[in-house]
Ligand binder design. Structure first.
Ligand SMILES: [Zn+2]
Length: 451
């Protein structure tokens, strides 16, 4: 071994031992055993509460559920009859998006974006959300910091880069004179900052999906149609060809996971279903036939209710966005009614983004759904049904130690104690500061206002 190799060898050891040092968990105290005593359990699936139950948590997992469990060396949390639910989950977030998209890709420093996202994650956890499926944005670093136990926040199933065609919904650069790298131009700043890969044609979309999976994406997010706020694409635009969509889906499947799609137009949704996409985001203009196809193919409908239950002004729309918003809102009512009548698998997702102060609207989604669903249906959507959607990430699912969204032995100890019965009064979930007495994620207590 020459001296050069030896130096490398030694520095390798030094790096390794630093990496092994356990991060300090400064935000909450960890106990190996916690006994939650005397809870009424909503298990995430059954509409009936089970009263007077104890739940034993060991490390990050629920290990026993029953009456009068032994409290051997366990820390006791006395539920005093409160309702114990699984942690809530959100199937459509953009945890990194706490700024205008122009600032995110041009203006704000990376570290500002990261710091705001960390605070956004902490607040989200304190609203009772213990897992999110992130529908686009560079969330891999935040996920790592949260999973290591240093930064408080929900579990993240990241999508990473949006896969978008040129001038598609992920083509964020507002400059028309922007030169594509293919024509001796410059790299897309949204690519450099981890937001979008612009890919056209089968070979490019394959490469884009492979690159995204390299980062650790749990699923692939396609931008498949125009939208209300896009820089270039009107609401009526259908993006990607069936061949491109099929190529994306196949690449995702080769990695054991699936693709989901931002799609409004009926053609975009139809093409996506034919290609094997497993979840439709927004999907508001799907015809009855296309919705029936979603049902037949067991595809999740991942739409939002709060976003379209307010006026354009309250939704933050200005200028050109206002008529597009109103058009989408009209489609929304149809979409909600059709999907409800067909009994589609409806996930619980909010798509709240833009500034950190908008975060509390995430909890208002519980109320916005009461026009169409009973509280128990909404709670099932936000727990076990979302968890079923997350399972579609298969081998790329980052949290495989037990089920999410359920209270059962072997499940992750992601638990909330509610100060009342959310099956009767869902507004408890919409007001988490008052409504939630205890928030636990993976056996770590992040909030406890009980004795
Ligand atoms: Zn979104």
């Amino acid at each position: 071994m020459n001296s050069m190799n030896r130096r490398h060898f030694l520095s390798g050891i030094a790096t390794g031992s630093l990496a092994l040092a356990a991060p300090n968990r400064l935000f909450a105290q960890t106990k190996p055993r916690i006994l939650i005593r005397g809870a009424s359990i909503f298990d995430g699936q059954s509409p009936a509460l089970v009263n007077g139950m104890d739940v034993l948590v060991e490390n990050s997992i629920i290990t026993a559920i029953g009456e009068s469990l032994s409290a051997d060396e366990a820390e006791i949390i006395d539920a005093d009859g409160r309702v114990l639910t699984p942690g809530m989950t959100d199937a459509h977030t953009h945890i990194m998006w706490n700024d205008t998209i122009e600032n995110l890709i041009f203006g704000s420093p990376h570290e500002y974006t990261g710091a705001m996202a960390a605070e956004s994650a902490r607040r989200m956890l304190l609203r009772g959300f213990t897992t999110i499926r992130d529908m686009g944005g560079p969330s891999f670093g935040l996920k790592r910091a949260i999973d290591s136990g240093v930064v408080p926040g929900p579990r993240i199933l990241p999508s990473g880069f949006f896969i978008s065609q040129t001038s598609g919904h992920g083509d964020f650069d507002p400059r028309l004179s922007y030169l594509s790298p293919h024509f001796a131009g410059q790299l897309d700043p949204a690519y450099l900052r981890g937001w979008t890969i612009i890919a056209d044609g089968v070979p490019e979309v394959k490469k884009a999906v492979r690159e995204t999976l390299r980062y650790g994406a749990a699923q692939i997010k396609i931008m498949g149609s125009g939208s209300i706020t896009g820089a270039h694409d009107p609401l009526d635009v259908t993006e990607y060809t069936p061949e491109e969509l099929s190529a994306i889906v196949k690449e995702a499947e080769h990695w054991g996971t699936y693709a989901t799609i931002h799609a409004y137009t009926d053609v975009a949704i139809y093409n996506a279903l034919q290609a094997g996409v497993r979840s439709i985001e927004h999907g508001l203009f799907a015809s009855e036939e296309t919705m029936q196809m979603m049902k037949d193919k067991d595809v999740f409908y991942s739409t939002q209710f709060l976003s379209f239950s307010v006026g354009p002004e309250q939704a933050g729309m200005t200028g050109d966005s206002v008529p597009k918003y109103l058009e989408a809102q009209a489609g929304a009512t149809n979409g909600y009614e059709r999907s409800k009548a067909l009994g589609l698998k409806m996930s619980f997702g909010t798509d709240i983004l833009g500034t950190i102060d908008l975060g509390p609207f995430q909890s208002q989604e519980f109320l916005a759904r009461t026009k169409y669903y009973e509280p128990v249906e909404i709670l099932i959507q936000a727990t076990s049904l979302n968890a079923e959607l997350f399972e579609r990430s298969g081998k790329r699912h980052p949290y495989k130690a037990g089920p999410l969204g359920l209270i059962e032995e072997g499940a992750y100890a992601d638990l909330l104690l509610v100060n009342g019965n959310p099956l009767e009064d869902i507004s408890l979930m919409a007001n988490p500061d008052e409504g939630l007495g205890m928030i636990m994620k993976g056996g770590v207590v992040h909030k406890n206002t009980l004795s």
